[in-house]
Structure formats: C-alpha cells, structure tokens
Design a binder for this molecule. Structure first.
Ligand SMILES: Cc1ncc(COP(=O)(O)O)c(C=O)c1O
Length: 298
C-alpha cells in the first residue's frame, strides 16, 4: 500500500506540494511524503481515550482553505486509534475535499478488520458525485498475505488513471506478481469465514487485554477498538514518557510501538500500541507482564 501511495504522490503532485496527515497516524505516512520531497503538513485528531477520537473539521477546513493542500492522506479505519469513521464524518471529509478541490487518498488497508457493532464505509460509497479520490487497500493484513507484495488502488477518475499509467509505464512497472493476483482473488472469494473468525479473535484479545490491565490498573486508558488489530492505550497515569521503555520493554519484556512514533509532535506522549493479531495465550502473558511491571514500578 505504501508503494501505491508513493506512486500516486509522484503521479499526481509536484515536488514541494503540501500533503496533509492527521496525527496520531501510521508513521510511514510521514516518510512516504518526505521521501517524495513533498511538504508534510500535520494536524491532530481531536479527543482522547475517554472522549473518543474525532476529526478536527475546523482545522481541516482551515488547512484546505489557507495552506494550499494538494492531497489529504486519510487513514480509514484509523491506525493507531482504532476508529472506524461514521458516515457523517466521511461525508464531511468528502464535502470539504469537494469544496476546496483537494485530492483525497483514502488508505483503507484495515477495511475488513472491523469489530462488532461497527461498519466500514468505503470512501466511494459516500457521495455519488465525488470522484476526486484514490482508495488504497490490500488483502495483506486481513489474510496475512503481505509476502505477496500485492495491493490495489481504486481510481475512479479516468484522467487520474491515465496519469498513473503514464507514470508507471515510465518507471517500468507493468503489473503485480501473478501469484499475488491469484492469492488476492482466492482470499476475497473464499475467505469470508476466515475474516469472521479473525475479527472474533482480535475482539476477544482486546477484551482480555483491557479487562486484565484495567482490573489491576484502572487508570490505564484504552481507545475504543472499532477496527484494526491494534490496541492503543495510555499508560501516562503510571509511567512517564522517559520511563516507558524501561517498564514496557526491559521489565515487562514486550515489543510494542510507542506513541511518539505516531505522534511526533508530542515528545512526552505515553501511549503504547499493542498488536492483537496473535494467539490469545500471548495476549494473556503480555497483559500479566505489563500489569506486574507497572505495579512494581509504582
Ligand atoms: C494504515 C496503513 N497503511 C499501510 C500499511 C502498510 O502497508 P504495506 O505493508 O502494504 O505497505 C499499514 C501497515 O501497518 C497501515 O497500518
């Protein structure tokens, strides 16, 4: 997917163009923009674990109006907060992109990993008159097919498809790996039972982690898991940013991702991101280790 985003940035924008992202977000969003020599414009989501995370639509509109944003690189569902955007939120994003003529890149790689009670809506299903977008996705996460190096883009505008083809032709990218097409087709054709089961395991793992940790440490705040396989939690009530690695990595022996990776403008951030896509026994051990390490740290 990141390769696709890089292709699209090169095909549709020029060096120095302003590209907007919203923190906290999957960190290669920054590097893919910077490495393409485009200008990174960052703003924050609103909210936190207690209130829930939302889009700051006033800030989004100001950026579109005043900062000459060429592309909004949007994460839907959102990594790392686990938000699955509602129809009204997506409708506002689309309306603003239309109003200010901003090309929308919608990274929907987590689109199948949706928790009970939530529904992912593809960006093309919001407004039939809106076609100024590129949707990026892949069966790689849902079906554990990342080894095939295969993803897809939906490009509804004919002129944008042509521009992309011209760019790909120029760099001699003529197609994906044949095995990747076959694996993707097989996964999407026959994989619905797998998807149901995998979402159940992720949901059970999230509940287990959250219950175990919060029973012992009630002030650890968990973001509501609506989608993705990533738990996003704030340890700030118990551990300072400077001590996070010692507690989580050295004492609890957990390999996690730290909040500052996703939120570089918050150097004191105290979130960690835990991957839930594993065996329940591993999550149980992780939860117990984390609780013990934090309790001993107090
Ligand atoms: C939002 C998002 N986009 C893209 C990717 C990675 O995609 P790929 O490995 O296909 O480049 C990830 C992986 O974590 C992700 O969370």
């Amino acid at each position: 997917v990141c390769t696709g985003i890089a292709f699209a940035l090169h095909a549709y924008t020029n060096e120095g163009d302003n590209i907007l992202i919203q923190n906290p977000v999957y960190n290669p969003f920054r590097t893919v923009i910077e490495e393409a020599n485009r200008t990174l414009v960052m703003q924050d989501l609103l909210g936190n674990e207690q209130e829930g995370y939302t889009i700051d639509f006033d800030a989004l509109e100001s950026a579109f109006k005043d900062d000459d944003i060429k592309v909004f690189l949007f994460c839907s569902p959102q990594n790392p907060t686990g938000r699955v955007w509602h129809r009204d939120e997506l409708a506002k994003v689309v309306a603003l992109c239309k109003q200010y003529d901003v090309l929308l890149f919608s990274d929907e790689i987590h689109r199948d990993l949706i928790m009970p009670g939530h529904e992912h809506i593809a960006i093309g299903n919001i407004d039939p008159d809106f076609d100024n977008y590129v949707l990026f996705a892949s069966p790689s996460k849902t079906f554990n097919l990342a080894g095939f190096n295969h993803s897809f883009m939906v490009v509804p505008r004919a002129d944008l498809r042509e521009k992309l083809d011209t760019f790909l032709h120029a760099i001699h990218v003529t197609g994906g790996q044949p095995a990747g097409y076959i694996a993707s087709e097989a996964a999407y054709t026959y994989g619905s039972e797998w998807v149901e089961n995998v979402n159940q395991v992720i949901w059970d793992n999230y509940q287990l982690l959250k219950t175990t940790v919060q029973t012992a440490l009630p002030q650890v705040q968990f973001s509501d898991l609506q989608g993705t396989y990533l738990a996003w939690l704030d340890l700030g009530a118990y551990v300072k940013n400077a001590d996070l690695k010692e507690v989580v990595q050295d004492r609890a022996r957990l390999g996690v991702n730290y909040g500052t990776t996703y939120w570089p403008t918050r150097p004191e951030d105290t979130h960690i991101r835990i991957n839930l896509a594993t065996k329940t026994e591993i999550i149980e051990t992780a939860a117990n280790n984390l609780v013990k390490a934090i309790q001993e740290w107090q």
